[in-house]
Design a protein around this ligand. Structure first.
Ligand code: ATP
Ligand code: MG
Length: 394
């Protein structure tokens, strides 16, 4: 008899997206995730996904891993015991001891899918409730508003006592909402924006612009490390590392200094769009945040986005930096993001950047460049690195 994990499905919002395909996607993602943990059996009954471990399976590790899978709103563990009323009481006393000691009031709720069990659900609840009240005399039974609900379930193979539910990662299963390219720098923001869009069910292709030797090999490794941390939420990803040095040098030699950053960002967008089109991705995700830096004024963003027809998703646009940092800590990327390696944006930074550019002036400023040729050359030089859950990247 093995413990099980029960997972409640999150929102299914899009009208066209039917429950079956949502469930199937989520089950697939869960299976892929658990492949890295051990041997499990997973199935879905009435909007609950059940995860059963084999004898050697590490249920703690599975529970932790599943807390990062999008599409799950609530999750709980259940401990298995013999299908016998006293075995159930004993297991509840032992498994829920801390919760029973902490609570002031409780009730028992039973479910019985094995109809051959000799008590009705109500009888079983009353019996288990009575025994627990006796064993924990400080506890009051309150069937309307209990602090603790003890769930008992009698199923085919065993009876189960449930632990308290905890929140899942929420959102929608990765892949249920299409594919997008995400621009991943080594900073604090873009891992968070990547996480947020993945949480909406989007599979992501990270793109990193790399300016070797102005930025070091360590800067690239940092980005790969960030991507690999994100795989716990996003699943396996292939990072596209775009050589960006030549473009930056061409900008420096041929364009007015105050437009350097803006022109560079327009190249980033064009290349992201190319990668999106080559991979069936329908949007570009960035970590931009209104007013944070010179290139994040409304005018600057207009000039950047003017080069693409794809929607540019900026999930952090209205957040405070402090909130972004807190999220980065929560998802586990912050410590890596603050490692001190330079990003290509800090190379050739103008002393007085334009903060309210007009699109036509930026266009005029980049006129001397062979835009298509440079994009083509960068795309040809892309290095692809696949990162996966639990695998070392460097
Ligand atoms: P971050 O903390 O994500 O680096 P930022 O606050 O430093 O963001 P910018 O440097 O203006 O802001 O970059 C804005 C967005 O552009 C980033 O969030 C990221 O999505 C993208 N970006 C910036 N530099 C790169 C890069 N070298 N490779 C890929 N994307 C980048
Ligand atoms: Mg940055």
């Amino acid at each position: 008899m093995n413990d099980i994990i029960l997972l409640k499905l999150g929102e299914i919002v899009l009208k066209g997206l039917n429950r079956k395909s949502f469930e199937q996607k989520l089950l697939n993602n869960i299976r892929k995730r658990l492949d890295h943990v051990g041997e499990f059996r997973t199935y879905c009954i009435q909007s609950t996904i059940y995860v059963e471990g084999s004898d050697r399976a590490d249920m703690d590790a599975a529970f932790e891993a599943l807390r990062k899978v999008f599409g799950i709103i609530k999750m709980e563990r259940a401990s298995a015991c013999e299908k016998d009323k006293n075995a159930i009481v004993d297991r509840a006393k032992e498994y829920l001891k801390e919760d029973l000691l902490k609570a002031k009031s409780f009730k028992v709720e039973s479910k019985r899918s094995d109809k051959s069990f000799p008590m009705t659900s109500i009888e079983l609840s009353q019996y288990v409730g009575g025994e627990l009240a006796e064993a924990f005399p400080h506890l009051r039974v309150d069937v309307h508003d209990p602090e603790l609900t003890v769930y008992v379930e009698v199923r085919d193979l065993a009876a189960y006592v449930h632990g308290p539910a905890v929140s899942g990662a929420g959102g929608m299963p990765v892949g249920s909402n299409g594919v997008a390219v995400t621009m991943l720098s080594g900073g604090i923001d873009s891992p968070v924006s990547t996480y947020m869009i993945a949480r909406r069910g989007v599979r992501l292709i990270p793109v990193h612009y790399f300016s070797f030797p102005y930025t070091s090999e360590l800067a690239k490794e940092k980005v790969l490390k960030l991507a690999s941390l994100l795989t716990e939420y996003c699943g396996r990803m292939t990072v596209e590392i775009v050589p960006f040095t030549h473009i930056q040098e061409e900008i420096r030699s041929n364009c007015p200094e105050e437009y350097f950053t803006l022109i560079m960002r327009r190249f980033m967008m064009r290349i992201a769009e190319r990668i999106a089109r080559d991979n069936g991705a329908k949007a570009i995700v960035t970590g931009e945040n209104l007013g944070q830096v010179a290139s994040q004024t409304m005018e600057a963003m207009a000039s950047t986005q003017a080069v693409t027809d794809l929607p540019v998703l900026q999930p952090l646009i209205g957040m405070d930096k402090q909130d972004i940092i807190e999220m980065a800590r929560e998802i586990g990327t912050f410590e890596t993001s603050i490692l001190p390696y330079e990003d290509c944006c800090t190379v050739f930074t103008p002393k007085h950047p334009r903060t309210k550019p007009k699109v036509k002036d930026v266009e005029a400023a980049e006129k001397g460049l062979d835009i298509e040729g440079l994009v083509e050359e960068a795309v040809k030089g892309i290095e692809r690195v696949t990162v996966n859950i639990g695998e070392e990247v460097v």
